[in-house]
Design a protein around this ligand. Structure first.
Ligand code: SF4
Length: 324
């Protein structure tokens, strides 16, 4: 029985659970399962990880206060219409499937938002259970671009339970159950090259998986607290490559790299210009209507994912960053 959940701070403001200022309102409501204790996994960037000493109210740079589930349900009845989607994120803990299914079922009774679930790799019967409970989409976060980085950051070398091939197996099973409503998350800045990240994007796109791209954010008291955020110029090129691949305007085979840096996107200049002018490649990516404002950057910048279309002056900065 779910008594408590965690709510992303900005989501709580829009729901009217507490007061605060928002530079940009979230378009997706974010809930996190509440568990007394740490996650069973040990992803080195995560404040929830079993080996971390970080504040358990944190996920990335965002605070997620604990709240009674009944209060959240009542708030969703009143204010759920202010969002376009709801995302249930889960830490890896015993009974996690039952907890997620209960949350999804209750949320569906309270409002009509499509529901994404972001969770650990599950066995196929549990994926089917999630679908039957009413989840619209599932996301299983790969986070790392290569098997080696995955192992170092989330797998056996990190003292964690996850294995690259198991994540891919779960994503394939999720595809069989959820069709084209399957996502993963990738984090730029865990030690990969641009080429490796773009190859991972192509590999996942070819498997029909939607990608939410994030920038690594160091969190105090995690093993990666001292690691720098990725270079914004590099992140911009990866965002652009991701969008071009997603739209089938290019393929990593047609791109050129020099020392791991992309030097040619494999599209003609007019197409590139048109895509950049649309401003969409630089916005938060992932499930439809998920803008996750300032999830991996301060509103003061530097900006990685724009939670809305960049303004003309922000576009001028982006063009300089891309060398256009
Ligand atoms: S892209 Fe957004 S809605 Fe989808 S799983 Fe990730 S955080 Fe949730």
């Amino acid at each position: 029985m779910v008594d408590q959940v965690r709510i992303a701070f900005g989501t709580g403001i829009v729901l009217g659970l507490w007061r605060g200022q928002l530079a940009v309102a979230p378009t997706t409501a974010h809930l996190l399962t509440y568990y007394e204790g740490r996650c069973n996994a040990n992803c080195k960037f995560c404040p929830q990880a079993k080996g971390s000493r970080a504040d358990l109210r944190m996920l990335s740079r965002v605070v997620w206060p604990r709240c009674e589930f009944e209060r959240v349900i009542a708030a969703l009845r009143r204010n759920g219409g202010k969002f376009h989607r709801l995302c249930v994120q889960a830490v890896n803990h015993p009974n996690v499937i039952d907890d997620i299914c209960e949350i999804v079922t209750r949320v569906k009774e309270a409002c009509r938002l499509p529901i994404s679930v972001s969770c650990q790799p599950l066995k196929r019967p549990d994926i089917e259970k999630l679908a039957s409970s009413g989840a619209e989409r599932i996301s299983i976060a790969l986070d790392a671009a290569t098997p080696e980085i995955f192992d170092r950051i989330k797998g056996s070398a990190a003292g964690g339970p996850y294995r690259w091939h198991e994540h891919l197996r779960a994503l394939d099973d999720a595809k069989r159950v959820f069709g084209d409503r399957v996502s993963t998350h990738l984090i730029v800045g865990l030690g990969e090259t641009e080429q490796e990240m773009i190859e991972a994007i192509q590999f996942l796109h070819d498997r029909g998986i939607t990608i939410g791209l994030f920038a690594f954010k160091p969190i105090p008291n995690t093993p990666l607290a001292g690691r720098a955020q990725p270079d914004v110029l590099s992140y911009r090129r990866i965002q652009l490559a991701q969008y071009l691949i997603k739209q089938d305007l290019t393929d990593v085979k047609h791109m050129r790299f020099n020392n791991g840096l992309v030097v040619d996107f494999g599209v003609n200049p007019a197409t590139l210009q048109e895509v950049v002018d649309s401003r969409v490649p630089f916005m938060t990516s992932g499930c439809p209507n998920c803008n996750r404002p300032f999830y991996n950057e301060s509103p003061l910048g530097p900006m990685y994912n724009y939670p809305r279309r960049p303004t003309p002056s922000e576009m001028a900065t982006i063009r300089v960053q891309l060398g256009l």
